[in-house]
Design a protein around this ligand. Structure first.
Ligand code: GUN
Length: 285
């Protein structure tokens, strides 16, 4: 059985964080300033707590001023908006990320709209989403950005390739499709209403799986030699973390594939740090 090349997101992310840390050290030596990243967590969701702790730790390790604001689950929408107004107004804050999902009594759209687009290091504000759709420079969501950096490691040119994105979320599917389009791919966005998904996926030179369902994409759907980026992080009842792709099947068919864990996941945080450095430089330019 041929075996796909494994795309080592953990190693690529570590390299990217080292580059960011070196740039921050140089900026600090020259100006005495460092980028400030503020992550806001509302409530006690266990997965979110782990992600936020990891973001906080890695931002500090890169030399940033890293602050996590942990607010109780019963925080009102008005209080969260007030916190964001405070962070928007604070010149020492370069990046703001509100960890999702938010408790049900808070309208996440209203929260994202309230973040200063220049500090929106998640790239979720409609201004940044609009810039991405228009092909203009803005802050780009971290997971799609990380997925593109991994793709470019194995595919020097994406031009003319067939890309199928499975999932149409604002956080991943839609922005990933925009980035692939910018890279001159022919892009299809598949979703829960797509007819004959296996046939659609079989066309793809590049598959981006972002559905949030364990082992959803089967090996038999994948065109031999295709590059597979698995964005899913699903916890099985036995505690094991698996992606949206049936890895055991797919690794025998694909040309290259990201593992879970150790694929896209580490790239998301590395790209958050990159976006924070980008926002810092743009705000101080
Ligand atoms: N929850 C899961 N992934 C993300 C992300 O990339 N950003 C935010 N804000 N929340 C998330």
């Amino acid at each position: 059985m041929p075996q796909a090349t494994l795309i080592d997101g953990k190693a690529v992310a570590a390299e990217l964080r080292d580059e960011i840390a070196a740039e921050i050290a140089a900026i600090k030596a020259a100006s005495g300033r460092v980028p400030g990243l503020h992550v806001v967590l509302v409530g006690e969701d266990p997965a979110s707590r782990v992600y936020v702790a990891s973001k906080e730790k890695l931002a500090a390790a890169a030399g940033m001023n890293s602050v996590a604001h942990r607010l109780p689950a019963e925080t009102s929408e008005a209080d969260l908006l007030a916190k964001l107004a405070e962070l928007n107004a604070d010149d020492a804050v370069d990046g703001i990320l509100v960890q999702l999902p938010l408790p049900k009594h808070i309208d996440s759209g209203r929260i994202i709209d309230a973040i200063d687009p220049a500090k929106d290091v998640d790239g979720l504000h409609p201004i940044n989403a609009g810039k991405l759709a228009a092909g203009k420079n803005g802050l780009v969501p971290c997971t799609p950005l990380g997925s593109m950096l991994l793709l470019k490691r194995v595919l020097p040119s994406l031009s003319g390739l067939e890309a199928v994105v499975i999932g149409r979320s604002e956080l991943v599917g839609r922005p990933a499709a925009q980035l692939l389009l910018q890279a001159d791919c022919t892009v299809t966005i598949a979703h829960s209403r797509t007819k004959d998904l296996p046939a659609v996926v079989r066309r793809a030179d590049i598959v981006i799986a972002a559905v949030g369902r364990p082992h959803f994409v089967k090996g038999a759907w994948i065109k031999p030699g295709a590059t597979v980026i698995d964005v899913g992080i699903n916890r099985l009842p036995d505690g094991k973390l698996v992606g949206d792709v049936d890895f055991t099947e797919a690794v025998a068919v694909a040309g290259a594939i990201t593992p879970v864990p150790g694929g896209v996941g580490p790239m998301t945080i590395a790209c958050l740090l990159r976006n924070t450095l980008t926002a810092f430089k743009a705000r101080r330019a």
